[in-house]
Structures are given as structure tokens and as C-alpha cells.
Write a protein of this length. Sequence first.
Length: 253
Amino acid sequence: MSDGPRPAAPDPAPAHVAIIMDGNGRWAQMRGLPRQEGHRRGLEALRRTVRNAADLGIRVLTLYSFSTENWRRPMAEVSFLLGLLRRFVENDLAELNEAGVRVRIIGSREDLAPDLRGLVERAETMTQDNAGLTLVVAFNYGSRDEITRMARNLARDVVAGRLVPEAIDEEMLASRLDTAALPDPDLVIRTSGETRISNFLLWQAAYAEFVFTPVLWPDFDRKALEDALAEFHRRERRYGGVGQAAEAKVGVA
Ligand code: FPP
């Protein structure tokens, strides 16, 4: 047996990766194609990323698919995106279920058509006991909307006498967000070179690392995901503390 140095164990993947999938429109425009084609290819990138994330050991993958602000787009584009969600759930659910994926949808469901709401609920119920990757699809999601709904909900409980204001703490707030029981994201990736958070997981991403890549979403592949994870591993997370290097300097145990 060799007693030489052992190769270092690979860094474990971050438990929760969230992605702002951006650049579908530009991807299409650069090719002289309609924006819809960019979204269609975006759905392929989404499927690929779900497989790659599971393969790389990521436990939770959250994908920003449609924001509360996206209703401002032309009606035809909005309908196309709603259709893509429908198509994704209808066509992919069985395969996702077989692969052990647990599906969760976050965002406001009130504005969704009843049949789409039904589909989404079926996806969640069918996969709720799966133990593989948790796929969180943020659809009609906006952080401010989520926090507003949560505040309204708390106020109702206080008015009804079910809750005293003093009992409200960070843990309770987190447990009433759409992401209840999910870990906070460790890493948020945004594609297409934009460096905004765009109303995505504002509460949950308080200590997340952010990686911005110029890759347009339809081109996002395994290498792009691995590059983002490598960048994540180069960062030192301090959670408001001073970090390991500084601790060593001052002799903190
Ligand atoms: C941003 O690109 C992308 C979106 C608003 C939609 C994301 C949707 C998908 C990736 C596929 C659909 C998946 C489901 C499940 C609905 P953009 O259109 O803003 O691109 P641009 O900034 O280049 O115009």
C-alpha cells in the first residue's frame, strides 16, 4: 500500500443552489429567432441542469421561472411561458418522479388558471415522499409578494387572537414563507451577465454567495454549473464573523 499523500477529497456540493435563469431573449435575438425559441431552449437547459445538479450531489435546486413582474411582458410571451410550465409538468413529471425528484412550486398561485394550479398541486403531492433532489420551481414568484403575503397572514393570526406579536421571531417568519422547511440557498447563480437579484429570495439569500456568469441560460451546461461551484468553493463564508484566517491570527479556538 502506498503511504504517499492522498488526493484531497472533492469539495462537497453546496446543499442548495438557486438560479436566476436569464438571457433566453438575447440568445434568440442573436440568432435571429423569435424570443419563444429562446424560452423553448431555456426549458431544455432547465432539464439538463436538473440532471446535472442531482448528479453533482446538490440537494435542493431552485429555479426562477416566472416572476411576479413578468406579467408585464407581451401577452403572447406570458401565454407561452405559462404553456411551458404546463408542458414541463405534464411531460416530465413521471420521469422526475422515477428519478426520485421532489417537486415544489413557490410563488403566488392565486393568479394561475385552476387547471394549472391543479397540475402543480398534483406534481407536489405525487413527489412529496421522494428522497432525491428537491426541485423548487419559482413561478409567479417575487420575494416582496411572498413577504407581503406572509405579513398579512401573521396579522390575521394576531387579530384573531391566535398569535401574540412577542412570539414573532426570525424562525417563525421563515416558517411562513413559501420556502418553509427548505434550507437557505448557499449559492445563487445568475446567467447572462446581469448582476441584479430581481426580487428573488431576498430573505433566504441573506448569507448566500452570488456567482454571475456571462453564459446565456439556453447555453448553461454542465461545465457552466461546475465553474459556478468551483467559484463558490473559492469563497470564504463568514456569516457575519471574521473568517477562519482571521480567527487563526487572533488565536480563536
Ligand atoms: C429570462 O430570460 C427568462 C425567463 C423570464 C423565463 C425563464 C424560463 C425558462 C428558462 C424556461 C421555462 C421553464 C418553465 C418551467 C416555465 P429573458 O427572456 O428575460 O431574456 P433576455 O433578458 O435576454 O430578454
